[in-house]
Structure formats: C-alpha cells, structure tokens
Design a protein around this ligand. Structure first.
Ligand code: NAD
Length: 292
C-alpha cells in the first residue's frame, strides 16, 4: 500500500489521516503542534521523504506556500513523481501558483478542498472538489475515496478552490436569506414551523432551510437546536466569503450579495460570535436595528 505523508493534523486533518490509516495506507503525520498522531515526523521534510502521496490540510494560503515552497518544504524533499494533494481552503491565486511550481519541478499536484466539516471528516463522507490534471485525479482516487464520498473533478489547477468558494458564497448568502425571513416572520407574528412548512415545500426551498434550518425546532439535527454550537463556525464562513470577494475582485465579477454576506459575517465575528455556527446569523439579525 502507498505511503502517505499527512501535513496539518488539526480539526479536519486528524480524522482524515485516521481514515487513511483505516483504509490500509501507511501514513506518517506532521504538524507544528502536538496532535497525538503516530507515527509523527519531526518536520515537513522528514514526513514527505519517501512518501508516494503528500496530503496537506492547513489553515490558509500562506501556510500552504510555506509548507510546499520553503527550503525545508514539500517540493524540496518529496521523492520524484510523488502525488501532491492540498485539501486546505485557500485563495485561487496561491493554489495556481503552488500548482505551477510543483508542475515545474515534475510533480503532479491537485487542489482538493472539501465540504462536509469535522463530522464529514470523521465519517469519511467529505465532498472533494478537485482541480488539476486528469492522470493525477485518477491516481488520487484510492486516497480520496478513503476520506470522502463525493469526489468531483472540477477542472485544471485552482478549479477545486474556485468551486469551493463559489459554493460557499451561495451558502453564506442563502443562510442570511433564510435567517432574515425567520427574523421578519418573528416580527410579523408568523410561527417558525408554519414558515418552514410553506418554504420547505415551495420556492423558498434551499439547503439552509431544509437541512440546516437556523431556528430551533423544524430540523432537529440543525445547530440551532444546540445553542448554535458549530457545525461550521461563522469565522470559517467569513474566511470563505473573504476568499470569494478576493477572487471576484481579481477577475472583475459582480457579487453584490456575496459582498453583503461577507460584511454580515464580518460584523458577527467583530461582535464575538465567530465561534458560533454560521446559522447564528438568525439570532444576530434579531439584535440588529433596522436602518432607514
Ligand atoms: P485547524 O486550525 O484545526 O488545523 C490546521 C492545522 O495545521 C493545525 O493543527 C496547525 O497546527 C497546522 N499547521 C499550521 N501551519 C503548519 C505548518 N507549517 N506545518 C504543519 N502544520 C501546520 O483547521 P481545520 O479546521 O482543520 O481546517 C483546515 C482547513 O480546512 C482550512 O483551510 C479550513 O478552511 C478548511 N475547512 C475546514 C472545515 C471545518 O469545518 N473545520 C470545513 C471545510 C474546510
């Protein structure tokens, strides 16, 4: 079975690495913090030396650049022909740059960000959005299937990150839309369950309404029923909406609602609600005064 180096064993990376071990891969981990994962290498260089596949799950683009391009990094120490898979959510520009540098040194690289959160990482049911060459995508299948359920090849380098931020821009906007509707319903004296019964079956239907309803009651599994504990934290939604805004500005795409959604999550984070689930937008809106 292939040897895999797994770099970045945080909330997502640790359960993903554990699923690779369960699937029979020989996994060596590395993180700058102690994680309890064994075997653990002492450095990125130590982890990737001799690995057939390198998987990274890091906070942001600057960490990905450092881990891949640094003198003690992946490109300097991975064995020729190793397959490189970055699962972090990062900006499209860095994903393309690092992918280009990897290709220039003869490595096949994929950007493969995920959706499904910590629960999906633990259950091995993540969705992977994968950018990069066809042959690398084919080679990555056994490893990706050990960590996820839905694996979509979205295009060339950077297309995985593009799909991730476009999807999460829809999610951020739709969650605020559903939250605004419930906050308005409250003021109009309309019962939550009644709005749900109508909207979940009519044209207001969307994932934020039917699978992840931001008010307690209608969808028992949604974070609203456990005091909006994440789930998917508002700070992470702000990160993704900010990446979407950076990308939109780089290519000149008009995203007025994406911009407004980023501003709402920015205010929630400033108000100290960054650690709450992103569906807390409903409660946050209830505390806001109408302008004008
Ligand atoms: P995390 O902060 O829990 O984990 C990141 C890990 O990377 C940490 O353990 C950190 O110590 C390590 N790290 C940082 N710099 C390093 C370096 N130079 N070398 C080795 N390790 C290093 O974050 P997370 O929640 O696991 O998220 C990871 C990525 O997945 C992020 O890009 C995030 O946006 C994305 N993501 C997270 C979720 C979620 O629900 N948590 C969902 C989808 C996508």
């Amino acid at each position: 079975m292939s040897r895999i180096a797994f770099v970045g064993l945080g909330n997502m990376g640790l359960p993903m690495a554990n699923n690779l071990v369960k699937a029979g891969f020989d996994v060596v981990g590395f993180d700058v913090m102690p994680t309890g994962f064994t075997p653990a290498a002492a450095s990125v260089a130590g982890a990737v030396t001799g690995a057939d596949i390198v998987v990274t799950m890091l906070p942001a683009g600057k960490h990905v650049s450092e881990v891949y391009l640094g003198t003690e990094g992946v490109l300097a120490h991975a064995k020729p022909g190793a397959l490189l898979i970055d699962c972090s959510t990062i900006d499209v520009e860095t994903a393309r740059h690092v992918g280009g540098e990897a290709a220039g040194r003869g490595f096949a690289m994929l950007d493969a960000p995920v959706s499904g959160g910590v629960g999906g990482a633990a259950a091995g049911t993540l969705t992977f959005m994968v950018g990069g060459p066809d042959d690398a995508f084919a080679r990555a299948q056994p490893a990706l299937q050990a960590m996820g359920k839905t694996i979509v090849h979205t295009g060339a380098a950077g297309a995985g990150q593009a799909a991730k931020i476009c999807n999460n821009m829809i999610l951020g906007i739709s969650m605020i839309g559903v939250s605004e509707a419930f906050a308005l319903a409250d003021k109009l004296g309309l019962d939550h369950q009644k709005l749900f019964d109508v909207s979940s079956k009519s044209s207001g239907q969307c994932w934020s309404m039917t699978a992840y309803c931001p008010v307690p009651g209608p969808v028992p599994t949604s974070p609203a029923n456990r005091d909006w504990q994440p789930g998917f934290a508002s700070a992470l939604m702000l990160k993704d909406l900010t990446l979407a805004q950076q990308a939109a500005s780089a290519v000149g795409a008009a995203t007025p609602l994406g911009s407004a959604a980023a501003a709402v999550y920015g205010e929630m984070v400033e108000d100290g609600d960054g650690g709450r689930d992103f569906s807390y937008a409903y409660r946050w809106l209830q505390t806001q005064e109408r302008e004008g």
